[in-house]
Design a protein around this ligand. Structure first.
Ligand SMILES: C[S@@+](CC[C@H](N)C(=O)[O-])C[C@H]1O[C@@H](n2cnc3c(N)ncnc32)[C@H](O)[C@@H]1O
Length: 193
């Protein structure tokens, strides 16, 4: 059998990720914030799902990563991705209640946010930009490496007012490898705006 080329693998992983993001509930026309987009492994498939009526904010603190993402966006002819370099790393420069979905994949951990106060600040900022009926999809990684657990990490998310509604066990791309991951959906609690 012919070995798959790098290009075939990339195409396959984009399709796989598109199916994953559809399964977790991203839909045509939505506005999605890909927080910590890096080189766009999730940005590109999300942009395909929301189509031209929707919008993806691809946000990263690293200019180089964002440039790579935007190059890919251009080469694929996508016109619905807005790149954002975050200068204030703990606040999201978007309007209140303006986003339907936030992707927090492989970013909410002590490697990027060593202090609990900072994780709280970024989660609170996400809470503000999220619409009332929106959701945050979280892929928690590196827990054992940083001496924590799913329970503790989930409590931190719940402490800012989110409630966990769903959990998916899916194959996800993590550092260019396909691994089994736990993906959680969080929504705003009813008592808060
Ligand atoms: C490990 S990568 C994950 C990328 C992507 N979400 C994925 O799963 O393929 C984490 C990314 O988050 C970015 N990042 C970390 N802290 C950030 C912050 N405070 N604001 C914006 N981007 C941040 C890093 O620069 C990096 O590109």
């Amino acid at each position: 059998m012919k070995a798959k080329s790098k290009n075939d693998i990339k195409k396959w992983s984009e399709k796989h990720t598109e199916a994953l993001l559809t399964d977790i509930g991203i839909k045509k026309g939505q506005t999605v914030l890909d927080f910590g987009c890096n080189e766009g492994s999730y940005t590109i498939p999300a942009a395909r799902i929301v189509e031209e009526k929707g919008k993806i904010y691809a946000l990263d603190k690293e200019g180089k990563s964002l440039v790579k993402t935007m190059k890919k966006v251009k080469s694929k002819g996508l016109k619905n991705v807005i790149g954002i370099i975050s200068s204030n790393e703990l606040q999201i420069p978007l309007r209140k209640n303006s986003v339907d979905v936030v992707l927090l994949y492989d970013v909410l951990h002590k490697g990027f946010f060593p202090k609990i106060e900072d994780r709280k600040k970024i989660l609170s900022s996400i809470y503000k930009v999220l619409r009332k009926n929106g959701f945050v999809s979280v892929y928690l990684t590196h827990l054992r490496q940083f001496g924590t657990t799913f329970k503790k990490a989930m409590e931190e998310i719940e402490n800012v007012g989110f409630v966990c509604c769903e959990e998916y066990h899916k194959k996800v791309i993590h550092s260019e490898n396909l691994v089994k991951g736990r993906i959680f959906t969080y929504r705003k609690t009813k008592t808060q705006e």
